[in-house]
Write a protein that binds this ligand. Structure first.
Ligand code: ASP
Length: 704
């Protein structure tokens, strides 16, 4: 295994290497020649052009947290199965079990409407750093700087809104406010489900394989964007027509091989590669262990109950994925950061930083690290409590969060009535309640609560703060809660009045959720907010100092804005004595199936197609490639992103990283960190050979 020496890494981790980094497409000049030398055959304008069509016009932010890419002139879109999962689940029932059996619309009229789903295009990105930082001087306090930034932001927003009334606008800080971009966007809200493979393909490997290489998951789903007659955004209507993009991606089924240029274009959500050791220490030694412990409990309950009953499996499928995804990532992150000695590296870098501050030209930065150290020291216990609250309220038992939806009704009943809004509020709550109970099982809920409540209380009491009152510490009785029983709740809601409000207010779960949320809103949130403002102020200076002391190509942390990562199709050496090849084949699906692990269960249909090696036109050298890895720096949010070759053709869909790579949100290790993509040949094989939905291929541009 090729481990670099610690000392050699000190600078490398801060001045980006060729493969590390998520680059802003409108500012590619810093890496463009490197991309070319690695094999890219496109111009910078082919990748991003604010005035003509370019690759960016085929890329969308999908559903707020994933990426999707357009693959036909009629708005057909690929993303991951796990990104479309909520919608596939929403349309699934015991009768039409699309999760288990898959779904393929045979014609456009069968495509399924997905309320609440939107896709966002980036129209243009402008650098507005100067306008945002106008008037800020080195001697201003954090509060003064914050006030001026707010003022400048408001002025910019007004200007942009006036000039572009029909477009969305995001004003985003990069590199802790050393750079700002104004991003103009266009959102489409009529997006329909066209196809999804069954879970035996789309979720093959389940939690056993999530974040794992070697991988054999066909993690994709297919949607279509609709627009009005002028190709403009419109809310759902029968009259809408397929959207015509300025660019759609050609699909190359020639295959990829080790060493080929590879890039991923999408919306990475969040990385934190410039954090100080004080923050990394908190994350690895306090925060991650707490979150992992909490989710261990919920997952243990869900796994047992979902395995025992199909009904529970369908009801809890989305919740289980939500809870397990980050849980397993944090576990991998812990291992990676420990093995890579991240904390030592951060500390060693900070020593170098402090040494630079002794030089007259950098003396202005001498206070930065001591300030950050003391701020983290003060805020950590508040962050711990905040995250513990989030784990308990949103990722454990569901009645806290569900009952709290009635907060507005309970607290403002008279006002709602006086304003004539009571009936509408009640109706909305009832609608939400129907959707909630569709996926709710009281026994599962109670089992989760029983395991989580004592653990939560132990952690809460040990959190190291003496200034708050225990909230929701007594075991609550589900039999005394009206929210445990949908019939009782609907009966109560059918008779609005003071009696109803009194009963809802006294409900043990509502009361506990209300106490916890009030404590969070009144005490935790404002304090954490104040600290964060100060931390942002010092992080801006820290980063500015770093860029001056150690000049290099700095990439800005991911912040859900459009980025390009590039590298090669590449395997890795995750541990001493182990080598990961860069691709997997369909034989691996059968090998995993034969282990008998239920996460690898497949139907006789899939099994016989694979055993017969019926690969259609998608195999090569007698193999069907399923997934591959690359040295493209990616993170959450890159799920569903197109994996592109040197010509900008689609060769895969990004969906994950290997477990050893999950540390790359905090520290990228070029030897180990690899993203995982489903090979586009496997995607098309599933559509064409497995699902007989080959009519969809007619509208794609396929390069053979
Ligand atoms: N699996 C991730 C996602 O859901 C992708 C990643 O973190 O690599 O966005």
């Amino acid at each position: 295994m090729k481990f670099r020496l610690l000392s050699a890494l000190l600078i490398i981790t801060h001045a980006a290497t060729a493969k590390e980094g998520m680059w802003i497409p409108s500012l590619l000049n810093v890496v463009y020649s490197d991309m070319q030398s690695q094999g890219l055959q496109l111009t910078a304008e082919d990748l991003y052009d604010a005035n003509g069509s370019s690759l960016k016009d085929a890329i969308v932010l999908f559903g707020g947290g994933c990426t999707g890419e357009i693959v036909s002139n009629d708005g057909l879109l690929f993303t991951n199965h796990h990104c479309g999962f909520d919608y596939i689940q929403y349309h699934s029932s015991l009768k039409n079990d699309y999760l288990r059996d898959g779904f393929w619309a045979k014609s456009r009229s069968e495509e399924l409407r997905c309320d609440g789903l939107s896709v966002v295009f980036v129209v243009r990105m402008d650098d507005v750093t100067e306008a945002m930082r106008k008037g800020i001087t080195a001697t201003m306090s954090p509060t003064e700087v914050d006030a001026l930034l707010q003022k400048n932001k408001k002025a910019l927003e007004e200007k942009y809104k006036k000039e572009n009334p029909l477009l969305g606008l995001q004003l985003k800080a990069f590199n802790y406010g050393n750079q700002y971009l104004a991003i103009l966007t266009k959102s489409y809200n009529d997006v329909r489900l066209v196809g999804a493979p069954p879970s035996e393909i789309g979720k093959f490997g389940g939690d056993t394989d999530n974040w794992v290489w070697p991988r054999h998951t066909g993690d994709f789903s297919v949607f279509r964007i609709y627009a009005d007659a002028n190709n403009e955004p419109a809310k759902y209507s029968d009259k809408n027509v397929p959207f015509h993009p300025a660019h759609h991606l050609p699909i190359n089924i020639g295959g990829v091989k080790e060493g080929d240029f590879s890039m991923v274009y999408g919306f990475p959500g969040r990385t934190e590669h410039l954090l100080t050791s004080y923050a990394v220490d908190f994350i690895t030694n306090q925060l991650n262990p707490m979150r992992i412990d909490m989710r261990d409990q919920t997952i243990a309950v869900l796994e047992g109950r979902m395995r025992a009953s199909d009904e529970i499996r369908i009801k809890y499928a989305a919740k289980q994925s939500d809870v397990a995804n980050a849980w397993k990532k944090w576990k991998g992150q812990q291992i990676g950061l420990t093995n890579f000695r991240a904390l030592e590296q951060k500390r060693a870098f900070e020593e170098q930083y402090a040494a630079q501050c002794l030089k007259p030209e950098f003396r202005a930065y001498a206070q930065v690290l001591p300030k950050l150290k003391s701020l983290y020291n003060d805020v950590n216990h508040l962050n711990f409590e905040t995250q513990l609250f989030a784990e308990y309220m949103y990722y454990g038992p569901e009645l806290f969060n569900f009952s709290y939806r009635f907060h507005e009704l309970i607290e403002n009943y008279d006002t709602l009535q006086a304003k004539g809004k009571l009936a509408a509020t009640l109706e909305e709550l009832k609608q939400g309640a129907r959707a909630f109970y569709k996926d709710f099982d009281l026994e599962t809920e109670m089992a989760i609560y029983k395991r989580l409540q004592p653990l939560h209380d132990v952690k809460y009491n040990k959190r190291g703060a003496a200034d708050s009152k225990q909230a929701a510490s007594l075991p609550l009785d589900y039999m005394k809660s009206v929210f445990s029983d949908s019939t009782a709740l609907f009966k109560l809601l059918a008779k609005p009045g003071k009696g109803m409000i009194k009963k809802l207010k006294a409900d043990p779960f509502y009361a506990a959720a209300n106490a916890m949320t009030t404590d969070y809103n009144a005490r935790l949130r404002p304090q954490v907010g104040d600290y964060n403002k100060q931390i942002d102020y010092w992080m801006q200076k820290y980063t500015e100092g770093m860029m001056k002391m150690f000049p290099g190509n700095y990439w800005a942390d991911a912040n859900s804005t459009l980025r390009i990562s590039y590298g090669k199709v590449d395997g890795s050496y995750p541990r001493d004595g182990e080598h990961y090849t860069p691709h997997t084949t369909a034989d691996g699906i059968l090998q995993k199936y034969y282990t008998g692990n239920p996460d690898f269960a497949i139907s006789s249909k899939l099994k016989s197609l694979l055993e017969a090696r019926n690969y259609g036109t998608y195999g090569s050298n007698g193999e069907l490639n399923v997934c591959y890895t690359g040295s493209n720096h990616t993170t959450g949010g890159n799920s569903g992103s197109p994996a592109l070759n040197a010509k900008g053709e689609l060769t895969g869909i990004n969906f994950d990283r290997s477990w050893e790579s999950t540390m790359s949100d905090i520290m990228y290790n070029p030897e180990i960190c690899r993203n995982i993509m489903v090979d586009i040949r496997y995607v098309l094989w599933v559509i064409d050979v497995y699902a007989d939905a080959d009519y969809l291929l007619n509208e794609m541009t396929i390069v053979r």
